[in-house]
Design a protein around this ligand. Structure first.
Ligand SMILES: O=C(O)C(=O)C[C@]1(C(=O)O)C=C[C@@H](O)C=C1
Length: 183
């Protein structure tokens, strides 16, 4: 309950649900960033399927260097220090690989990959990752502006509340492991 005792025109109390929480902006920025992280990881299954079908290794160091060069060059556009942006992206890439390895291991054990729709790595999936990059950097910048002292506790609660398959959950934890660090 919130009391408005000093103003007689206002009702004596207002249900909490009608009042905006004090930290609504911070909550929104946090949720938006976690959604964007999840969106990037959601491409891991299609990418792993492409690699399974084409016998391609998960690790592609040259592509990672290209991704990080683009991140470094566009960080300023989002008022982000290049170091913060590239460290954040290193975590996104590691989490993406973690998820791909988990899926490939599962398909190897079963002896087959799912009969799902296939998408091309070069013409569809990587361009999608490139588009998501701007969304992630934008969300990271907004999150950093509103970051609260209890960030780590908030993060743990948010991750716990997301109903997700185990491989995605673990990848989300890896992807967000340094979000609340100072640098
Ligand atoms: O583009 C790929 O091949 C991916 O698997 C995606 C990704 C990434 O997260 O950006 C992950 C692993 C590779 O080493 C390179 C890039």
């Amino acid at each position: 309950m919130v009391f408005h005792a000093s103003n007689e025109d206002l009702p004596f109390s207002t249900p909490e649900a009608e009042c905006l929480p004090l930290d609504a902006t911070s909550e929104n920025a946090f949720d938006t960033l976690i959604d964007a992280i999840e969106k990037r990881l959601a491409t891991a299954e299609s990418i792993a399927l492409y690699k399974w079908d084409n016998g391609k290794a998960v690790q592609d160091t040259e592509r990672e260097q290209q991704v990080q060069a683009r991140v470094r060059n566009s960080a300023w556009r989002h008022q982000l220090p290049a170091e913060r942006a590239t460290r954040f992206f290193a975590d996104q890439i590691e989490a993406h690989k973690m998820m791909q390895y988990a899926l490939l291991e599962r398909w190897q054990r079963r002896g087959a990959a799912p009969d799902a729709h296939r998408r091309d790595l070069t013409s569809e999936l990587r361009p999608e990752l490139d588009r998501l990059q701007a969304e992630l950097l934008h969300s990271l910048a907004a999150f950093d502006k509103e970051r609260r002292a209890d960030c780590a506790r908030q993060l743990a609660t948010k991750l716990r509340k997301r109903p997700q398959p185990i491989a995605l959950k673990q990848a989300m934890i890896r992807a967000s492991s340094k979000l609340c660090d100072k640098t």
